[in-house]
Design a protein around this ligand. Structure first.
Ligand code: ADP
Ligand code: G6P
Length: 482
């Protein structure tokens, strides 16, 4: 019934799928507390089934949990009540959300208030007291579940923007527990964060953790300034001292299981699938790929516009290149996501209408969740990868692409507004709002000499390999142990 995230792990306990160890203290367990479980339930009644969850949080945390004894506390999707169960070597403790909580806590406060506000207010955040009340209540619910799972020797690791109040709630009940919080998304500057009517409560909630991790140093600095302003905290280096004790606030840039992607990309099966894919789209054409959750932060529309202009200006043609856009549906209970889907689909139709001809489309668009192996085949086949969000905490797709280029070929075009740009400076860095520069950069990527591309890709791969998800976890855990 339950599909494993990337197929069932055969790794022995205490070792990662690719043989890497994730750090933990000898007898303790790790309690992950995150809104999203690695699998979620879709459909109702006899049609209900489990699917692996897409998104950066699950991609990063799942391999760590395959190598560490522990529990994952999270929402299973939908509103069915599900008892705890075992999955892929870990205990899963589902948190039940009422329909009204899904609407107010998840769609509302999490995805219509915090998500847009923390992403530079790309969409106008909405502020509603009933959403906030539900957010507080659901944070209590997750905290109670974590408290029930944790003994005093365990470490509790809270994840992401849905649960910013949970660290202080857990701390209140269990003062001795080591509690970490990692924010997967950006943390905004004061001018934006201050919009929140509940700004002080949220900062205090986060300060309940011993360690608060961010994707970038800039995000950690924003948090530090706000805690000084609103919580009377004092800062010494990266340590904040406040009424509730001390909290370390630092950057821990998240990553992927590099070896897993590298090995899958080299496999005979992937090589066969790449060749089949290239034959299908036309061997002589360069493949330009994008892979995103269907989210307005990902800049899919501006990317389509740049591609259209590239063709319009005759810099490239449908005979020479093809764009493949893979988009996994996301948060369809939020109106902005439905609007985005319509906009993207209109653009795909328009570009294909203008430039396609029998046997050749300009854009292949797949709106679905693909398996890891499918994604690896696309990454391995793509000559150019466009990762061009308007704002992104990190963006793991950029790292996955690099990990799949075992012969160092391929060109990554990366938005300067993705956290990944801090580490992946050897990509072609672009401002996705500057259409002229964007078009020129795609053109440069398509024309780049093989040797130049290889030099860049080799350096990108070395960086991601050295700073993989296990290094990220080790870094966070050793900070948490103090
Ligand atoms: P975000 O965290 O905002 O979703 P990331 O780029 O950090 O963005 O992570 C997205 C993750 O979701 C990646 O691991 C990527 O492989 C996965 N993903 C994106 N689109 C799809 C898809 N269509 N099918 C399966 N997985 C996907
Ligand atoms: C981002 C967030 C995660 C979230 C994921 C998918 O990666 O940082 O917390 O799980 O998007 O979004 P969803 O709303 O489906 O969980």
């Amino acid at each position: 019934m339950m599909n494993a995230i990337r197929g069932r792990s055969t790794a022995p306990k205490g070792r990662g799928r690719t043989g890497r160890s994730a750090t933990r203290s000898s007898d303790s367990s790790l309690i992950i507390v995150a809104n999203r479980l690695p699998i979620h339930r879709v459909g109702h009644g006899s049609k209900a089934h489990w699917q692996s969850s897409a998104g950066g949080l699950v991609t990063a945390v799942a391999p760590v949990m395959q190598s560490t004894p522990g529990v994952w506390v999270g929402w299973a999707g939908g509103d069915a009540k599900i008892r705890p169960f075992q999955h892929d070597g870990m205990r899963i403790r589902p948190v039940h959300l009422k329909r009204s909580d899904v609407e107010h806590y998840y769609n509302g406060m999490s995805n219509k208030t915090i998500w847009p506000l923390f992403h530079d207010a790309i969409r106008a955040p909405e502020f509603r007291r009933d959403w906030w009340e539900s957010y507080v209540e659901v944070n209590h619910q997750f905290s109670r579940a974590a408290i029930a799972e944790a003994s005093d020797d365990d470490m509790v690791w809270v994840h992401d923007y849905h649960l910013l109040l949970a660290p202080a709630m857990i701390r209140k009940a269990r003062p001795r527990l080591r509690i970490g919080l990692f924010l997967h998304i950006p943390f905004p500057p004061e001018e934006l964060f201050e919009w929140l009517p509940w700004r002080t409560q949220i900062l205090r909630g986060m300060l309940g953790a011993d360690v608060v991790g961010f994707q970038t140093t800039g995000a950690a600095q924003n948090f530090t300034r706000l805690c000084k302003a609103y919580c009377d905290a004092t800062a010494h280096g990266t340590t904040l001292t406040h009424a509730g004790g001390a909290t370390a606030a630092r950057a821990f840039p998240i990553s992927i299981d590099f070896d897993w992607f590298d090995q899958r990309a080299r496999s005979a099966e992937t090589v066969r699938r790449v060749s089949e894919l290239r034959n299908r789209v036309g061997k002589e054409r360069k493949i330009i790929l994008s892979v995103d959750r269907l989210d307005y932060t990902k800049g899919i529309n501006s990317r389509m516009d740049a591609f259209e202009e590239l063709l319009d200006r005759g810099l490239s043609s449908v005979a020479d290149c093809v764009m493949i856009q893979i988009a996994t549906p996301s948060r369809d209970g939020v109106a902005d996501y439905a609007t985005l889907r319509d906009d993207v689909e209109k653009r795909v139709g328009r570009i294909n209408g203008r430039f396609g001809y029998p046997g050749r489309v300009a854009v292949h668009y797949f709106r679905r969740n693909l398996s890891r192996d499918d994604l690896v085949a696309y990454y391995a086949a793509a000559d150019v990868m466009l990762v061009t969000p308007l704002r992104d905490g990190m963006n793991l797709v950029a790292k996955e692409y690099a990990a799949c280029r075992s012969d160092n070929s391929g060109v990554l075009v990366l938005s300067q507004f993705a956290g990944a740009a801090r580490e992946m400076g050897r990509a072609l860095i672009v401002n996705p709002r500057d259409t002229d520069q964007f078009v020129k950069t795609i053109d440069t990527a398509l024309r780049m000499r093989r040797r130049d591309a290889q030099t860049r890709m080799s350096s990108l791969r070395s960086r991601v390999k050295a700073h993989d998800v296990f290094a990220w976890c080790d870094g966070f855990m050793s900070a948490l142990r103090g």
